[in-house]
Design a protein around this ligand. Structure first.
Ligand code: HEM
Length: 447
């Protein structure tokens, strides 16, 4: 174990780098692939190396499927982090929540859900493009309420992605400003009010009518959740009540923030790489002959666009949410006590010069093999794996594919004078004020 400082332990080591996870590689050179850290009051273990990481995620998944009990996670989810999909411990309820969600966020190619998603994306992108043209946005919709809800989600997402010294030195949270806590609590309450008014109330009424008619057809995820709330079958002694269902819905609606933050960062990379934009445009033009919009069905024939998304995910290197040991166990022969926090160093898996050529360069080609197909190396695990793996993996890839391809089909993306386009890596979240771009309509290639 590296030398620790009284009270703060090893916290100071993480603060010395642009991305805290960079410290893990440096320390591993002298202390081995797996080492202990004391972060304030929290005992932690850092796990480097693909085999060790796979041991945690897959081989001994049940020993390491917990999450850290941080008071700010509890604060964000009505005093109980078990309401959250990402910060709860694993349980039968979490297993059920993941199962219900899976069919909706991983739609099978060309299934009815896949086609529905395609048409929703198409509608939204048309709206976006007419907004870019300066047309009036959504005339019949309460735009200000929608925008306010998006802002609230953005601030909650930003908060969840931050690491604070008070996470490890809990007494520091007394010094956290009351206005900060109040702002987040207001954000959570407003999100609930929005979800009830615009997503749930009408649907509950509709669901009840359908039940009386004996109609069991499921429209979407909301119906699946309501089915589960009304289910009399006691699966593994799990009780999904309406409140739990609402938190699940809010969590997943919040996925839009992750995707939009990711797309903004990707546009940041693209504005710095006009050559990549040009190659995506070449691919889109060849696919659509400029005669039709891009569809999700085009994705498999557009490897360069898909590779650009993977390259952006690689370079952003969002960390794997730390796991926690739920029992005494071991990793790579290294003893681990129950309640130890586990950092899985995917920064190194994404950025190591031993695993990638020129890892600091934005080069989508690295994900295309000699046959022109997408090839992902085994050590590329941006969505993690196993029982706590990301539930938004496929949605991210589908929605960002259509958005990038469709925007670049119509526009060149340019920098604005005097603006800074450095993409911060190491996490997904962006502050609210972020990049601004010029979307310059492309010359019509058929004219
Ligand atoms: C580029 C965007 C995204 C990246 C890189 C990403 C990556 C991750 C990672 C690494 C984890 C932690 C896995 C683990 O602990 O082993 C995670 C968890 C999770 N992600 Fe994502 N994610 C993204 C977007 C999304 C979106 C859009 C959604 C929702 C639609 C989503 C839903 C979730 C959920 C629910 C969990 C918690 C799963 C659990 O703890 O059981 N993610 N994500």
């Amino acid at each position: 174990m590296p030398r620790a400082i009284p009270i703060i332990g090893h916290l100071h080591l993480l603060g010395q780098y642009e991305v805290p996870y960079q410290a893990f590689k440096v320390i591993s050179k002298t202390h081995g692939l797996i080492f202990r850290l004391k972060l304030g009051v929290v005992p932690a273990i850092v796990v480097n190396g693909l085999d060790n990481i796979k041991e945690v995620l897959f081989v001994k998944a049940t020993d390491f499927d917990g999450r850290l009990n941080l008071s700010r996670y509890n604060d964000l989810f009505s005093g109980n982090r078990e309401n959250s999909l990402a910060f709860c411990n694993f349980s039968n309820l979490q297993k059920l929540r993941r199962e219900i969600l899976q069919v909706h966020t991983f739609p099978r190619n060309f299934s009815s859900r896949f086609l529905k998603l395609d048409s929703i994306i198409h509608r939204e992108l048309n709206q976006l493009k007419s907004n870019l043209k300066g047309d009036n946005p959504l005339p019949n919709f309460k735009v200000h309420l929608f925008q306010e809800m998006v802002r609230h989600y953005d601030s909650v997402f930003y908060e969840m992605n931050q690491g604070y010294a008070s996470d490890f030195l809990p007494w520091l949270s007394y010094f956290q400003t009351k206005s900060h806590k109040k702002k987040l609590s207001l954000a959570s309450k407003s999100i609930r009010a929005f979800v009830m008014e615009f997503l749930m109330n009408e649907r509950i009424a509709k669901y009840n009518k359908k039940q009386t008619r004996g109609d069991n057809e499921e429209e979407d995820y909301v119906d699946s959740l309501l089915d589960s709330v009304h289910s009399s079958v006691d699966i593994d002694k799990v009780n999904m009540d309406l409140n739990t269902a609402l938190f699940s819905l809010e969590d997943i609606v919040g996925g839009h923030t992750a995707i939009s933050n990711f797309i903004m960062k990707t546009l940041g990379f693209l504005v710095n790489h006009p050559n990549v934009q040009a190659k995506i445009q070449e691919e889109v033009d060849a696919m659509t002959l400029n005669a039709r919009p891009v569809t999700l069905a085009d994705r498999k024939q557009m490897p360069y666009t898909e590779a650009t998304i993977l390259e952006s995910i690689r370079m952003i290197t969002s960390p794997i949410v730390p796991h926690v040991a739920t029992q005494d166990s071991s990793i790579g022969g290294f003893e681990v006590q129950k309640d130890t926090m586990i950092f899985l160093n995917n920064y190194d898996l994404n950025m190591s010069p031993e695993l990638w050529n020129n890892p600091d360069k934005f080069q989508p080609e690295r994900f295309i093999n000699t046959e022109g197909r997408i090839a992902k190396p085994e050590h590329f695990l941006p969505f993690s794996g196993g029982r706590r793996s990301c539930m938004g993996n496929k949605m991210v890839q589908l929605i960002s594919f259509s958005t990038l391809a469709s925007l670049l089909q119509s526009y060149d993306l340019n920098k604005l004078c005097g603006h800074n386009y450095k993409v911060r890596i190491g996490d997904l979240a962006l502050p609210y004020e972020t990049f601004q771009f010029e979307f310059k309509p492309r010359q019509c290639l058929n004219c």
